[in-house]
Design a protein around this ligand. Structure first.
Ligand SMILES: [Mn+2]
Length: 312
């Protein structure tokens, strides 16, 4: 297990990787792009996010600290579908790989397409819990193009297992998905248009602040405004502003009753101008910063990853 991380040649913020069982943050690249239906390229997402992270400052301006003065991290060796590997076998292997990782850390999966979320989530919170999904699409199709592993289906697989689901920024769905939302009391959907009203936005943040128990946050990049994030495969007009996304993450990470079992950031297609890549990288940084500050890691000794390099 310990040399899992040592084998990885990828880095976040250009920082040194710690052994997996000593890292406060685990970042798993999953460059998987098997079923995307419109524009391809999500397999390049994880590497683009890690590349863009080199341009971030160590100082995180919202929580006003440098998380990696105090925290360690490990970018894990990526998990990708082998040539000729069946989709079911790949997804089972991904779940198995994540299930044997140490648990006392912040886990962040980088996609890749949205089909990878159930595997990581089932591995990290097998006993149930709440899933917060930022997404333009409901992703509640039972199957699509003949596969339950299509990127239109992950939230169906999750609600089917009895997890509570909170959907945010939804603005495109099939009639059957709308019927499922109406009939399944485990699903709470905050439609994008409704979130334009301040009272509904505040209700969403209050809902997140009141969560308890295991929680997973899945961020499909198309949940954000496509004028801001052009680098997605299935763009939809409307969507969250940057600062709304940050407020949501901050509210979740500051909720001490919530046990954050993992985050995933998915469906990025890198863009030549790097705006979308940078935004995804900065979302990773915000998750780490808010979570670490909430855990009180700023009171630790300064023995983090950043103290092992010279950033001048
Ligand atoms: Mn999605």
């Amino acid at each position: 297990m310990a040399d899992f991380a040592a084998m990885s040649e990828q880095h976040f913020l250009d920082l040194p990787n710690s052994p997996v069982n000593q890292a406060d943050v685990l970042i798993l690249p999953v460059p998987h792009d098997a079923t995307v239906t419109y524009r391809k390229g999500t397999a390049e997402g994880p590497a683009a996010i890690l590349d863009a992270s080199e341009q971030l400052e160590f100082y995180e301006e919202d929580a006003r600290w440098s998380p990696f003065e105090f925290m360690t991290l490990a970018v894990l060796e990526e998990i990708r579908c082998r040539p000729d590997e069946a989709q079911a076998d790949f997804h089972a292997r991904l779940k198995q790989s994540v299930s044997v990782m140490p648990e006392n850390n912040l886990f962040i999966g980088l996609g890749g397409e949205h089909s990878i979320t159930p595997d990581m989530l089932f591995a990290r919170m097998p006993g149930g819990g709440t899933v917060i999904q930022i997404d333009a699409h409901a992703d509640l199709r039972q199957q699509y193009h003949g596969s339950i592993y299509n990127h239109a289906c992950p939230m169906y697989r999750i609600q089917e297992q009895g997890y509570d689901l909170i959907q945010v920024s939804i603005r495109s769905l099939h009639e059957q998905e709308a019927e499922l939302i109406n009939s399944n009391t485990l699903i709470t959907t905050f439609f994008d248009r409704d979130l334009q009203k301040q009272e509904n936005w505040e209700h969403l943040l209050e809902t997140i602040a009141a969560l308890s128990g295991p929680v997973w946050l899945t961020i499909d990049m198309d949940g954000f405004d496509s004028a801001l994030i052009a680098g997605v495969g299935t763009p939809q007009p409307g969507g969250l502003h940057w600062h709304q996304g940050i407020s949501l993450i901050e509210t979740l990470m500051n909720n001490k009753q919530a046990d954050i079992r993992g985050v995933d950031i998915l469906e990025l297609i890198p863009e030549p101008n790097h705006v979308s890549d940078m935004m995804a990288a900065k979302l990773v940084q915000k998750c780490i910063s808010f979570w670490g500050k909430s855990m009180g890691f700023d009171k630790r000794q300064k023995l983090g990853a950043q103290t092992r390099i010279n950033d001048e």
